[in-house]
Design a binder for this molecule. Structure first.
Ligand code: G6P
Ligand code: MG
Length: 220
């Protein structure tokens, strides 16, 4: 019996990766670093400061912590400009129906995201009311693949980890789910997310019943 479903935000419920990319790209350009879409893959699920470290590494740049804090803020200001222009239409196809169906079944729904902007994004998408708990980047101290974010989500819903399903688009997120003792559903490319119990391409047309049945077949 599935007690709860825990969702990553970026890349699962909404495609914010391109906004993160545009904001990091602007910063990298200013620093004279050649930052590509390929590099951007490395930043999925990675915290803001760790992302900056990865970019500075690409450019072989070493900066003081003070300077890095300022650059991370600068990137976030640009990112926020994109976020503030988002609306409900940017929710990925099928997500809203899937969350609504889970709630009807009495399954707990939580967000587990490394983003400190998660509450703002949920508000822009007008789906905050579909979550029983929101664990975001301000509530965790250890980044995925550490299981902290998902364990906190399960705890908030009083659900046992083994009865939880995590939905993730990042390799580190799938590992975090496994480290938490939860089932992991990858959203995206089966090759990249091969460590997941099951991989889906998205939520369009997907019902919880069908998903639960599929995951049962793959985990038993
Ligand atoms: C998610 C995204 C990452 C992002 C991180 C922190 O995990 O996948 O690309 O860097 O959140 O986001 P924030 O909004 O706090 O900068
Ligand atoms: Mg993600």
């Amino acid at each position: 019996k599935i007690a709860a479903c825990l969702f990553d935000l970026d890349g699962v419920l909404v495609d914010t990766a391109r906004y993160h990319f545009l904001a990091w790209k602007k910063l990298a350009d200013e620093l004279g670093i050649d930052f590509t879409l390929e590099h951007n893959e490395l930043l999925k699920g990675v915290s803001r400061m760790d992302s900056l470290d990865i970019i500075l590494n690409i450019g072989n740049l070493q900066l003081s912590q003070e300077k890095k804090n300022a650059l991370a803020d600068q990137k976030n200001q640009v990112y926020l400009e994109y976020i503030l222009q988002m609306n409900e239409e940017e929710i990925l196809p099928g997500v809203k129906d899937f969350l609504t169906a889970l709630r009807k079944l009495g399954v707990g729904v939580a967000l587990g995201s490394a983003s400190k902007n998660a509450p703002l994004i949920l508000e822009r998408l007008k789906i905050g009311n579909l979550f029983d708990a929101v664990i975001d980047g301000t509530k965790v101290s250890k980044a995925k693949p550490d299981p902290e974010v998902f364990l906190k989500g399960a705890e908030a819903l009083a659900a046992k980890p083994a009865a939880c399903i995590v939905f993730e688009d990042a390799i580190a997120g799938i590992e975090a789910a496994r480290n938490a003792g939860m089932m992991a559903v990858g959203v995206g490319d089966p090759q990249t997310l091969s460590r997941a119990n099951l991989v889906i391409s998205g939520f369009r047309g997907l019902t919880p019943e069908h998903l639960f049945q599929q995951i049962n077949e793959h985990t038993t």
